[in-house]
Write a protein of this length. Structure first.
Length: 311
């Protein structure tokens, strides 16, 4: 650089640096296993955090990391506009928020609930001057704050609240908005968990069948996992048939054929000394659907069982 150029640079006024936008402060009510994981993720992301828990000692490790600890739920709510609730159950939420001024607050409830309860709470909270989001956490505590583990949370309720706080809510786990109806996060949550328990039921039955035989369950496990993974393709097919109203679209194994095979499953269970109680209810629904109109329903997929469940 020439001397003239250096002099010119030295005379050029420096452009002041634009200060970083401060991260949104928030309050968290509840420090169970999930609440503690959420708190840790928000602190790690740099969010100013106020916490409250009925058992105050649970807040001590978070206080050591910089969290402010409130003596009461009311004090914690007053500290910040954004208030996240992660308590034990619905009764705990009602007790913690009883008599607390919610005017101007943004309340996000992450307690697993029913769609109806979520809608009722939304009405109560908005009636007290706050905006409301309900959430359904699709993760276990060790997944929180670990993006590669794939954690996410369903949110429903105030779209304005969600858009304003999306980045903050996404710090511990991906934030997925499923609509303005406050009950839809709980609905999605329970729908996915219900499918999970159905899978667990099938897995339990499978392991029970080989229990007592010279079959190492550790050898069966990868076969079972890969088979279940392959079968997940049927989920999209079922959704397409429901949307189209045509349960014969793309059928690979008809209802009639599958019902014909049921006795083999039941006899195998009997031979192995295994109760069929985990499978029998589904088999009975299949039979009912077929018996209602064999000619029409026999060529369908299993999708018609959905209609039977709705009565």
């Amino acid at each position: 650089m020439t001397q003239n150029a250096a002099d010119a640079v030295s005379r050029t006024p420096l452009t002041p640096l634009t200060p970083l936008t401060p991260l949104t402060p928030l309050t968290l009510l509840g420090l169970g296993a999930m609440g503690t994981a959420l708190a840790g993720a928000w602190l790690a992301a740099g969010h100013p955090l106020t916490v409250w828990n009925r058992t105050a000692a649970r807040a001590e490790p978070l206080a050591a990391r910089g969290a402010a600890v409130a003596a009461t739920a009311g004090e914690a709510v007053a500290a910040n506009r954004l208030v996240v609730v992660c308590l034990l159950d619905d009764a705990s939420v009602e007790e913690a928020l009883a008599g607390v001024d919610l005017t101007g607050k943004d309340v996000v409830n992450l307690v697993t609930s029913t769609p109806g309860t979520a809608r009722a709470r939304a009405a109560l909270v908005t009636g007290r001057g706050a905006r409301y989001l309900d959430g359904g956490i699709m993760a276990v505590p060790p997944m929180i704050g670990v993006p590669q583990a794939g954690p996410y949370v369903f949110y429903s309720g105030s779209p304005e609240l969600f858009e304003e706080h999306r980045a903050t809510l996404a710090a511990p786990a991906d934030a997925r908005y499923v609509g303005a109806d406050a009950g839809h996060a709980a609905l999605h949550d329970v729908a996915l968990l219900s499918a999970m328990y159905g899978m667990f039921a099938g897995v339990a039955h499978a392991f029970a069948l080989v229990r007592g035989e010279s079959v190492d369950p550790r050898a069966l496990a990868p076969l079972l996992s890969s088979w279940l993974t392959a079968m997940t393709g049927s989920v999209a097919a079922t959704a397409g048939q429901l949307a189209a109203g045509d349960y014969t679209e793309g059928v690979v194994s008809s209802l009639a054929m599958q019902v014909a095979g049921v006795p083999t499953f039941l006899r195998t269970a009997e031979e192995q000394g295994v109760s069929s109680e985990l499978l029998t209810p589904y088999f009975e629904l299949m039979r009912r659907r077929l018996d209602a109109d064999p000619a029409r329903h026999g060529v369908e997929d299993l999708t018609g069982v959905v209609d039977l469940l709705r009565g």
